[in-house]
Design a protein around this ligand. Structure first.
Ligand SMILES: Nc1ncnc2c1ncn2[C@@H]1O[C@H](COP(=O)(O)OP(=O)(O)OP(=O)(O)O)[C@@H](O)[C@H]1O
Length: 599
């Protein structure tokens, strides 16, 4: 319930007065509908079958006497015209109300999406580690829609409650005993149907789980489609898809069965109760036709309200899991928030003067596990020099670089930028000074030019070609039929691995960063292109701080400093040649493996 109230507050915050006008409009429409019903009384009186004065009720007597003295045909025409007018008014009003309601709901869905998306993007790296991207997509695409629909349902439910209260008051005025009896019956029925609401919530959780499993699976399969095709795994994945689809079908069927069963039970019990009620009214209390008519009118108006409330509660129960999931992820991402838009746009990049230092840094990905990815790391990366980080796979190289860029935060120790501890305040400024080139570079599905402009929208064509020359990409880009306007496909699939790396390197340089981080950035290049880039990077020495993670040790010969990591610890550091001379060390071991020459 708290989750629902939280999002109801949000819609109140979002839509303000419009929301209340819309709710009042909903109630007004229901009131018009009731007014139409009351026209039945003078209509029946005209037929002379029932005399409502017999009930002794002032409103009914007034209504039945309304047309006394007026010729029957004219009375009939007036009543029927009034009825048609009420229906026309109600329909026109309803049309407007539905459009306004849809606008509010649409706007609210967008508001929720933007809020959630922004909070995802502003969350720190730790928020994303260990989270399935498809879960976040599922929340954005499916769960937010359910929440928005749920809030709308809740508001309708509230307005229905208010309107039901008004109707109960009118009914109570017409006949207190009868209304109390109907109320007792209705409330006990809703109370008895609690188990349906619980089952509905359980099925809602199942729906959520299935929807995320399905999206995660499909995303994985399409991401790995090359593996699937080349290893003939298509059937395996089709079987998986069929299995999950079966479960989805079962879930939908269970929901329909639950709804129809509760509706059926409600109807049967209602019919049974109404029959007993009418029987007792006629036989025990000798109810007259007018009173009987009254009983039927009250039942006809009030009973559907109770069944409406019951089915509303059931539907709300089904979306409660989505409310919970969205609220939890919003809380989690706002706790992990790194910056806000206002601060981000104001902060400018920084020029590193002295260097980046990590002081006694330890880091674990999972605080519940004993294993540290980095243990007591103390290193200094001098400004405008080239530092290489090497070590066997899993040694912690990428983790260390992530810490130096402020993506991960140390559990113990601190990172200092120019002797100032890295905090939330100077983090953005550091990030804006960094250009990072990963091993598997990411390119957007647009043109080469747009991908390059992404990092520096003001870059001129001359600057773009300079950057492409630097990364040895100019030649192949020139040969493309559409040059910079070439569409490079999803994640840049229309380029080879080496071409992608060179484009991303050009993009990194275009930013004119103060710190250039290359994480295995030339691993997909042939030796000719790698040598060219090596030369270009060497020329950057003294102009920017360069951090290189490299497996191929030949590429770091000119590094000013080499840091050797093993099992999360620094085991050696110094210049390339100094380390190469240290016999029986991790570095000489790595060299030996690569060159085949014992050191
Ligand atoms: N997201 C993560 N969640 C949990 N553990 C992780 C995560 N990323 C890395 N690790 C663990 O941290 C340790 C260091 O990983 P890291 O990626 O930093 O190594 P690396 O030296 O860069 O390896 P490689 O050369 O293979 O890229 C490894 O034991 C790895 O299993």
């Amino acid at each position: 319930m708290n989750h629902i109230l939280y999002f109801t507050k949000q819609i109140h915050f979002f839509a303000g007065k419009k929301l209340y006008f819309n709710l009042i409009a909903m109630m007004f429409i229901s009131l018009l509908e009731s007014a139409g019903i009351f026209l039945v009384i003078p209509l029946i009186t005209l037929t002379g079958i029932i005399k409502f004065e017999a009930t002794g009720h002032p409103l009914l007597t007034w209504l039945s006497n309304l047309f006394i003295g007026i010729p029957e045909t004219i009375s009939l025409l007036i009543i029927l015209s009034l009825y048609v007018l009420i229906i026309i008014g109600q329909s026109l009003f309803q049309k407007r109300q539905i459009i306004t309601g849809a606008r509010i709901q649409q706007g609210f869905t967008r508001y929720l999406k933007e809020k959630t998306y922004t909070s995802f993007l502003q969350a720190d790296w730790g928020f994303f580690i260990g989270k399935r991207k498809s879960d976040l997509i599922n929340i954005m695409i499916t769960e937010i829609g359910r929440v928005s629909g749920g809030v709308q349902m809740f508001l309708q439910f509230m307005s229905a409650l208010v309107f039901t209260t008004i109707q109960i008051s009118i009914a109570f005025w017409l006949s207190p005993q009868m209304t109390i009896s109907v109320l007792i019956l209705g409330i006990s029925l809703i109370f008895l149907s609690r188990s349906f609401i619980q089952k509905s919530t359980k099925l809602g959780t199942e729906t959520y789980e299935l929807s995320r499993t399905l999206l995660a699976g499909i995303t994985d399969h399409f991401n790995g489609i090359k593996d699937i095709k080349s290893n003939s795994l298509e059937n395996l994945h089709v079987t998986w898809f069929q299995k999950v689809s079966d479960e989805v079908d079962q879930n939908v069927l269970k929901i329909i069965k639950l709804k129809t069963t509760s509706k059926l039970l409600f109807k049967l019990v209602s019919a049974f109760l109404i029959a007993i009620f009418v029987f007792y009214s006629i036989k025990m209390f000798q109810a007259q036709p007018a009173q009987l008519m009254l009983i039927l009118m009250i039942f006809a108006r009030l009973w559907p309200r109770f069944s409406g409330i019951q089915s509303n509660l059931e539907q709300l129960g089904a979306v409660v899991p989505s409310f919970k999931v969205l609220l939890d992820i919003q809380n989690e991402s706002s706790l992990a928030r790194e910056f806000n838009e206002e601060v981000y746009s104001k902060v400018v990049s920084t020029e590193i003067k002295y260097g980046i230092e990590s002081r006694n840094v330890s880091f674990r990905y999972n605080l519940n596990e004993k294993r540290y990815a980095l243990k007591d790391i103390s290193i200094n990366i001098p400004a405008n020099q080239m530092t290489a980080i090497v070590g066997p796979s899993g040694a912690g190289k990428s983790t260390l670089v992530d810490l130096l860029m402020g993506l991960n935060r140390p559990e113990v120790g601190e990172v200092l930028i120019d002797c100032i501890p890295l905090t939330k305040e100077n983090l953005i400024s550091l990030r804006k000074s960094v250009s990072y080139v990963p091993q598997d570079p990411f390119l957007f599905n647009s043109t080469l030019r747009e991908n390059l402009h992404l990092i520096n929208p003001d870059a001129t064509d001359t600057e773009i070609w300079e950057a492409l020359e630097f990364s040895s990409a100019a030649e192949f880009v020139r040969k493309l039929p559409q040059g910079l306007e070439t569409l490079i496909g999803d994640r840049g699939v229309r380029l080879s691995g080496g071409e992608r790396q060179r484009i991303v390197l050009a993009r990194a340089i275009l930013r004119r960063p103060s710190i250039l981080v290359l994480d295995e950035a030339t691993s997909a290049l042939d030796s000719e292109n790698e040598a060219k880039i090596q030369k270009a990077i060497d020329q950057l020495k003294g102009k920017m701080t360069i951090i290189v993670i490299a497996h191929r040790l030949s590429t770091i010969r000119n590094a000013d400093q080499v840091i050797v990591l093993d099992k999360g610890e620094v085991v050696q550091s110094g210049s390339y040649y100094q380390l190469a001379r240290e016999k029986q060390s991790m570095f000489s071991n790595l060299l030996e493996k690569q060159t085949g020459v014992p050191f």
